[in-house]
Design a protein around this ligand. Structure first.
Ligand SMILES: [Zn+2]
Length: 256
């Protein structure tokens, strides 16, 4: 039987049409580190929330490495970076982020992470999931690769099969399958086929990135907007079709 929703999604000509077609409007961004969401898909999250979507952000680590300050401890850094991620989520109009508590650089591709992701999907029931592309070639952070791969494995086959993680039933959670998966991290080495126009929300994206004060080394809003403008101009000169301000993904439609 052809599902009517799948047909509508397949015939959507633009990301915006696709985002309009999906009901209920619930998305989940699954990343490795605080700030991944804002760099990879902050503009897309801002577009979604402006269209009335509820967006959850699930972060595998609390970013407890990644500092040049010799006096900083891992525990203190984690607290700072969680707070920065909360502020970034507020700036994007997303919900309070969820932290899974793995160590920075130590995100596993194992049953523990998959079970936590299945739990979050059954609990929050996103129709759209955005994560790192864990299969793309080229240099890639191990945590990003493992989060990406674990997310696909959580979506299929685990989250939608009631015989996986049967203990979730005791909490009243039902199987769930999202309808769209967007794989990010495509900027230079991927093969993207889905380009979200983020020009209307570019300032919001930049401000959300700037919430990660410990990571941005004093860069200002004006400097970051200039970088975005230069990237757009380079695309225009290279003859790239609109949108010039973009976030790029590989799109996977998941049949129900
Ligand atoms: Zn990262």
């Amino acid at each position: 039987m052809v599902n009517a929703l799948n047909t509508r999604l397949e015939s959507a000509r633009t990301p915006r049409e696709l985002f309009e077609a999906v009901e209920p409007k619930r998305a989940m961004v699954i990343t490795a580190h605080p700030d991944d969401c804002e760099f990879m898909c902050g503009g897309t999250v801002a577009v979604l929330t402006s269209m009335g979507w509820h967006v959850d952000i699930v972060v595998a680590t609390s970013g407890n490495k990644g500092t040049k300050d010799p006096k900083m401890t891992s525990q203190r850094l984690a607290g700072i970076r969680e707070e920065e991620q909360r502020e970034a989520a507020r700036r994007l109009g997303a919900a309070e982020p969820v932290f899974l508590g793995f160590h920075d650089g130590g995100v596993p591709d194992n049953d523990e992470l998959r079970a936590l992701l299945v739990y979050q999907m059954r609990l929050r029931r996103p129709e759209l999931v955005i994560t790192w592309d864990g299969f793309r070639l080229g240099f890639n952070h191990r945590d990003h690769r493992n989060v990406g791969r674990s997310t696909y494995d959580a979506i299929y086959p685990a989250a939608d099969d009631h015989l996986y993680l049967t203990e979730h039933k005791d909490e009243g959670l039902e199987p769930h399958r999202p309808v769209i998966l967007l794989l990010g991290g495509q900027a230079n080495v991927g093969d993207p086929d889905f380009h979200v126009d983020i020009q209307p929300v570019i300032r919001k994206k930049v401000r959300a990135i700037l919430a990660h004060t410990s990571q941005i080394r004093g860069r200002t809003e004006a400097e970051m907007l200039k970088i975005q403008r230069e990237q757009a101009e380079a695309r225009r000169q290279a003859g790239v079709e609109a949108p010039l301000y973009r976030e790029s993904f590989r799109r996977v439609l998941l049949r129900r």
